[in-house]
Design a protein around this ligand. Structure first.
Ligand SMILES: [Mn+2]
Length: 312
């Protein structure tokens, strides 16, 4: 009897690449870390299952990006496995995530952090700042997210306030660009927090008018004039809900999977982007694997973009 997946030597799978099947011929390299934090979520769920679900989904993808004519097997990738934080509180997970991200730069130019919920963004950005010898003031943050994640800190840390916590830590608001913010998914009070802090806000209306590719490219250029290192928080709930049923926060009216995949590629291609997180996916809520597949495609697109930094 044939297995469900027929192995074809002429159709190498992205899952094998991530597991070590590559012949590096580029000057760049990537590390992947699973950060299955879930107890920070305002909506309880199982986004701790996402890192392994995404890895497994890569079996359905090839290593060839026809849009860039790139085979990912030119890129060395190290899968550092999952951090033991699935039962940890946000505060307990801070150091492990920060240390893992920071340590990954010893052997890699860029890091993909597979969440987990959105609370991993704060320790992830601290890991970049610490490891690359800068302070938070040298770092920029781009969020692709339907929400500000600027909720008040008085009720403790959650996946609803990593950006507010980073402001409190000393990340200048001028170093933050939030792309994909949606109507009726945020309050006026938190829009005011963003405005007062000097955060650049790009709404879905602006994306519909000008395109995510142009707006993200401009954001990357403007931010790179201010900062040395850029961290990208890719909250999958920036997708339209029809494409992201596994994210509790997604709404109708968001990005398409292609727009998000293209955004991930652009982030990979920009030399100052050092880390990207992919967060808020609860595989138990997915439909037809749509959300997990797009998350996996974003990882691969980031890797493809990264290969354009190759100096060989
Ligand atoms: Mn978010």
């Amino acid at each position: 009897m044939q297995s469900q997946f027929i192995d074809d030597p002429f159709w190498p799978r992205a899952s094998a690449w991530l597991a070590g099947d590559f012949t590096p011929s580029s000057s760049v390299s990537l590390a992947v870390i699973g950060a299955p934090l879930r107890l920070g979520s305002i909506t309880p769920g199982r986004c701790d299952l996402a890192p392994d679900a995404v890895r497994a989904m890569l079996r359905k993808f090839s290593v060839y990006d026809i849009e860039s004519d790139v085979d990912l097997r030119r890129l060395a990738v190290r899968d550092l496995g999952n951090l033991d934080i699935a039962e940890a509180r946000i505060e307990e997970a801070f150091e492990p995530i920060k240390e893992a991200v920071g340590g990954a730069f010893e052997n890699a130019d860029a890091v993909v952090l597979l969440g987990g919920d959105n609370s991993i963004t704060r320790p992830g950005l601290h890991g970049v700042a610490d490891a690359l010898g800068g302070s938070l003031k040298d770092c920029g943050l781009i969020t692709l997210d339907a929400h500000f994640d600027l909720r008040d800190l008085s009720n403790g840390l959650s996946n609803g306030n990593p950006v507010r916590a980073l402001l409190a830590d000393g990340l200048p608001g001028e170093n933050i660009v939030q792309i994909g913010i949606q109507a009726f998914a945020n309050s006026q009070a938190y829009a005011q927090v963003a405005s007062d802090a000097g955060i650049t806000v790009v709404t879905m209306r602006q994306i519909c008018a000008h395109g995510v590719e142009r707006l993200l490219t401009e954001s990357l250029e403007q931010l790179s004039e201010r900062v040395e290192h850029i961290y990208v928080d890719l909250d999958v709930d920036v997708l339209d809900r029809i494409f992201a049923p596994a994210t509790p926060g997604s709404r109708p009216g968001g990005l398409t999977p292609y727009e998000l995949r293209r955004a991930a590629w652009l982030c990979g291609a920009h030399p100052k982007v050092r880390a990207v997180d992919l967060v808020e996916v609860d595989p138990t809520q997915d439909v037809a694997d749509a959300t997990v597949m797009t998350t996996g495609a974003c990882l691969l697109s980031f890797a493809s973009g990264l290969l354009t930094r190759d100096e060989n």
